[in-house]
Every structure is written in structure tokens, then in C-alpha cells.
Ligand binder design. Sequence first.
Ligand SMILES: [Zn+2]
Length: 400
Amino acid sequence: MLISKVKNLLRNCPVCECKKGEVLHAQSFLLAESIFLPESYDVVSCVVCGFVFADTKAKQKDYDIYYQDSSKYESGITSLGSGVTEHDHKRLEDTAKTISNFFPNKSFSILDVGSANGGLLSEMKKLNYTSLSGLDPSPACVSYMSEIGIEGVLGGLFTDNNNLYKKFDGVLLTHVLEHIYDVRVAIANVLNFLKDDGILYLEVPDSSKYKDFFISPFYFFDIEHINHFDQDSLTNLFSLFGGNILDIGQKDMPISKYGFIPAVYIVFQKNKNKANQKIKQSLVSKDSILKHIKESTVSIYSPEVDDLVISKAPVIVWGAGQATQRSLQNTPLGDTNILFFVDNDKKKQGIFLKSKEVFPPDKIKENGRAIIIICSGLHGNEIKEQIKSMDLKNKVLLVT
Ligand SMILES: [Zn+2]
């Protein structure tokens, strides 16, 4: 039984700026030793508007530094944004098609903010859009975009974007706002990239549907996703700015070969009218998130992992991402006899978790008798296939 607990917030409600929130869950992480974000936060629901978010003690500048240092989006194989894998390609293709409904003019100048490697813009290009630019803080992403014929501009939502010499007909902000600490400043800055009647297409995960998409315990709470939007909170947020909501809707988004997550999008046309500033309370996401917490709590126990803690049998953990970082802290996984970690993501190789190094998967070949524990919210089944293809004889246990 959850006991309702209202507290004074470290972080004001990103939507209505209220200073009080109800604690729904306390989330902690075991972070790689090179990461300087807080190792825990409360998931809270604003007592005024109901918005659910991470009450983190970090500030926007801390997240800016984190993304500069550990831009996982540069690595195409394991991350979103580049259009490399099949499901990723499908997701970007779908998004480009949705966007094209709102931008009928193919010569519209379009800026993708937080464009990563330009995966979405490449799909827009295939739909015959001719004036495409991508804004990203990673120099590697910017130079990659120029290589594939898209104008790459170095910058971000909170930098002086002197490199941007013009205003745009359309701006895209997809799967960025859930990462942002200063949400209202971010939207003001994004609208500033637009011409006076320009159109913003914004897409984020849809927290009102988390309850229908169980992927792994506490999947939706990670160090990066610190805001949980739905149609109601986006409507509240955009009521603070002058313009009209042209459309708002829900979609399912492929995130791995086997899984989907729910997303919500809003299409907002800027104008010079005064904002109506209508904040209405909505508890839809709070209810959905409480269900996700309940389901997570029930499913977090793995008797096989408990047995490994007792037997002290040597294990190799495959996956050094968010699922592992949560599980090391919140489940018995952290008490097993871990020899080392492996991960396909080159950016994760070489880092240390619990003083054990992350290696490329080939390292497992030296340890034929250790048990492989797969800990990955999204790629568990793909990793199983990879293990098969590597002809490894180790016993395999999938925990998420
Ligand atoms: Zn609020």
C-alpha cells in the first residue's frame, strides 16, 4: 500500500511551477563512475496540475555536461536517432510520414533540434523535402550530417545559437523534451527558432500509456528521462505560449526488434496572440505511472538471481545501460559474483560499474563456464540471438 506523501520540491513543477509534489516512487541508480548526475530522485506528481516528473537535485547545466560527455547518440548500433537498425529505421520513417501531414510544402525550411546523426532528416529528405537542417551539440553528429548531405549546425537548446542565421518554417523536437530540466525555457527557445507563423512538431513518450507497455521493472525511470508528458500536460504547457494547437495525438513507437513504447505528439503553430494560460489538473499519467510502479515492484524478484547470490557462481552481466544500473542498485543482481560486464555499445566499453570493467562481448569466450545474465530493457531477445550466433556454451539467464 502506497502512503501519500506531499513534499516541498527540489525542482518546481516544469509545467505550472508549483513547489509541492506527491512522491510516487523513490528511484536509485548505480551509475558508471564517470557520470556526475544524482544517484537517486523521487518520481513526483505536482499537487496542482498533476504533472509527473523526476524531482532531481541536478540542474540544467548538469544535464548539459552529461550529454556533452556521454553522447550515446553518436553510436548508431545501440541508440535511437540514427536510423541504423531496422526498427529504428521504421520508427523514423513513420515519424517523417506523420510530420509530412503538417508540412505540405516540400520547400519549407525545417530544423530538427537535437537531431543526433540526422536519421529523421534523412527520412524527410526521402520524402522530397529540400531545406533541412539539424541542430546538435555533438561535433561528431554535425560532421556526420554534412557527410550525408544535410546541413548540420553545432548547438543546442540552451546555447547561444549564433550559428543559426535564419528563422525556420518548421521545427522538429522529437524525443528531446523528456530529457530537459528547464522545460518552459526550452519551449520558449524552440519557438524562437520559428518564423512568426511557423509550426513546431513535438513528440515525446506518452506516460498516460506506460501502464499498457511493461518492458522491465521501473523501465520508464532513468537518469535521462526526467519528464513524463501526456496529451493533457502538453496542452497545459503550450497554453503558456501564444499560438494554436493544430493537432495532438498518440502513437506507438518501435524501439527494439520486439518492443514498442507509447508516444504522444503535438503540432503547434506560433502566432502573436496572447497565451491563454489555462492550467487544468489531470491525473491520467499519475494513475498510469502508479500502475507501472506496482507492476515493477511485483516483477522485480528473480528466484534464479537469488540462487546465484547464495551459490556465488561467477556471472557475466551482458548490458551496461540503464536497466543494469537500476538493477544493480535495486535488486539482488548487485550481490552476485560479477566477473565483468559486456556491452555492444563502444561508448560503454571501458567504463566501470561496481569497480568491474565493461568489455566487448568477445571477452566472454575466455570464460566458458560463467553464467551470462542478460540485463537489457530493450534488447534482451536480440542479445540472446547474438549469443547463439557467437556459439557460446555458457548458461544464459534473462532478467529483464
Ligand atoms: Zn504542475
